[in-house]
Design a protein around this ligand. Sequence first.
Ligand SMILES: Nc1ncnc2c1ncn2[C@@H]1O[C@H](COP(=O)(O)OP(=O)(O)OP(=O)(O)O)[C@@H](O)[C@H]1O
Length: 225
Amino acid sequence: MTEPVVELREATITQEARAVLEGVSFELDKGEFAYLVGRTGSGKSSLLKTLYADLPLGAGSGAVAGFALGRLPQGKVPYLRRRLGIVFQDFQLLGDRTVADNLHFVLNATGWRGKAKRQQRVQEVLTQVGLSNVGNRLPHRLSGGEQQRVVIARALLNEPLVLLADEPTGNLDPEVATEIMELFREINHAGTAILMATHNFQLLDKYPHRVLTCRDGQLLDSAAR
Ligand SMILES: Nc1ncnc2c1ncn2[C@@H]1O[C@H](COP(=O)(O)OP(=O)(O)OP(=O)(O)O)[C@@H](O)[C@H]1O
C-alpha cells in the first residue's frame, strides 16, 4: 500500500495573492524520489515553500508529513518543519559558528535534551554525509560541496520523512553535483522521500526518477496515468 508523505489536491500556489500554479494534484510516497523542473519563474520554489508552510495554500487541500496545510496554525509550523529536511542552493549556514555548532543550534531549537545525545547525533549526521572530521571548522573554511553536505547533515538531524531540496546543486561544479546526488541516493534508499527542484538536466538523465514539471501555471506529472 502506498503511503503519501506529500499530498496536494487541486491546490493553488500563490505569491502575493497571485496564482502561480493552479489545480495542482500529486502525491509523493514514502521513500519516493521526484524532480521538480520548469523554467525560471514557473513556480518551483513557490511550490516547495507552500509545502514547508512558508507560503499559504491558496485553494484546494494538502498534507505534508501528516500535517494538513490549509488549516495549519502558525504555532504548529515548527512541528511540520521538524518532520522535513530543507536544503537550499545558497547554503545558509551561520558563518560565525563552527559546523558542529550550526548543527547543535538546530538540535537545541527542536527540543533535544542532553548534551551527550546531541553530540552523538551531530557526529552521526556528519559521518553520514562523509564529513566526520570537520565539526570544529567554520563553514567558510570548507569547499562549496562540503558546505552543501553540512546543510544536508543539518536537514537530516531529525530523521525527516521527506527532504525538500531547491536547486541543491545550483552552485556546484558537475563533479561535486554528482557527489551530492550520490548522497541523496543513499538518503533516499534509507527511506527518506526526496522532492528536488533543479535545472540540471544532466542529473535527470544520469539518475532517472519521476519528473514534475511546472509549465503555464500547471503541474505536469511524468507518472500521471
Ligand atoms: N517573494 C515574492 N513575491 C512576489 N512574487 C514572487 C516572489 N517570489 C517569486 N515570485 C513570483 O512567483 C513566480 C514563481 O516564482 P518561483 O520563484 O516560484 O519560480 P521558480 O520556478 O522557482 O524559478 P527559478 O527557477 O528562477 O528559481 C514568479 O512569477 C516570481 O516572479
